[in-house]
Design a protein around this ligand. Structure first.
Ligand SMILES: O=C(O)C(=O)C[C@]1(C(=O)O)C=C[C@@H](O)C=C1
Length: 272
């Protein structure tokens, strides 16, 4: 293929269909070459991760998955912030979700176990949108079954819709239980094509480096008020799953409810 200058306002714009297609072929080949280059970088990353703990005190047995939700959340933010042009944000986001999830999978295979929720179809969309088609997905009926299946496996991610019934999160309170590690979608908006709000649970340590919002299981008593910066994620009567946005909000929540149990964390909510 002939080398052409990148398409800019200054460069001569293609005027025939053949020229435009030549330009598209050049761009497609360049994008493909970049993906191949990305996979070579991931090979280096695999070698580095084997010898470099993610954070002090890490238990390698609890780090078998390559999934780093805080890093992914910040990558998705940056992608949204730099995006421009005709291509819908949904498309760019879904392409990057497939790229990142698949590169997570090639580092260390894992599967995604999700609770079907209402019609089951929305949750299937959530699983495919965020994890692509290479990662195996498994549907189960109830959040409790997701947690049972994730259990002590280091190579499974559970996805639970926030609209699930019952206080399913109480099963996260045990010290050897999975933790909440992320909240989906990473980029929230009302018209998100797979935007059902969900929590990701995994047998992975709580990311202390980036403990942006802390997730707690709380039993409210009559008259308890939630402090500023504490939001209810899910509720079953007086049992609530909350997220505290800051360390101050976390301390205030623990002052209101000393029996509150930390069950995970997630990156700050991002609404562009
Ligand atoms: O940055 C990492 O730790 C990676 O493993 C790379 C990568 C990616 O493909 O960009 C893949 C998985 C992680 O969840 C985050 C990012």
């Amino acid at each position: 293929m002939q080398d052409r200058a990148p398409h800019t306002h200054e460069a001569a714009r293609p005027t025939t269909l053949a020229e435009v297609r030549e330009e598209i072929d050049r761009i497609d080949a360049a994008m493909h070459a970049l993906l191949i280059e990305r996979s070579a970088v991931i090979s280096d990353l695999i070698a580095i991760k084997k010898v470099q703990p993610v954070q002090a005190g890490d238990d390698p047995a609890r780090r078998t998955s390559a999934f780093r939700p805080a890093r992914e959340a910040s990558m998705m933010r940056e992608m949204v912030e730099r995006h421009t042009g005709l291509l819908p944000l949904d498309t760019v986001e879904s392409i990057w979700r497939v790229i990142i999830s698949t590169f997570t999978y090639v580092q260390a295979p894992y599967d995604v176990i999700y609770a079907r929720g209402g019609d089951g179809l929305s949750m299937r969309d959530v699983a495919r949108f965020h994890f692509g088609y290479t990662v195996p997905i498994v549907a189960v009926d109830e959040p409790g079954e997701v947690l049972e299946r994730v259990g002590t496996r280091g190579d499974a991610l559970g996805v639970i819709p926030l609209s699930s019934h019952g206080a399913w999160w109480r099963a996260l309170e045990a010290s050897d239980a999975p933790n909440v590690i992320a909240r989906l979608p990473f980029v929230e908006r009302s018209d998100h094509p797979a935007g059902m709000p969900c929590l990701l649970v995994a047998n992975a340590p709580i990311d202390r480096e980036v403990m942006a919002a802390t997730v707690l299981s709380v039993e409210l008593r009559d008259g308890d008020n939630l402090p500023d910066g504490v939001n209810i994620l899910a509720r079953d009567d007086m049992r609530v799953l909350v997220s505290a946005d800051t360390d101050e909000a976390l301390a205030a929540m623990q002052a209101v409810s000393p029996t509150a149990v930390i069950v995970g964390s997630h990156a700050p909510v991002f609404r562009p």
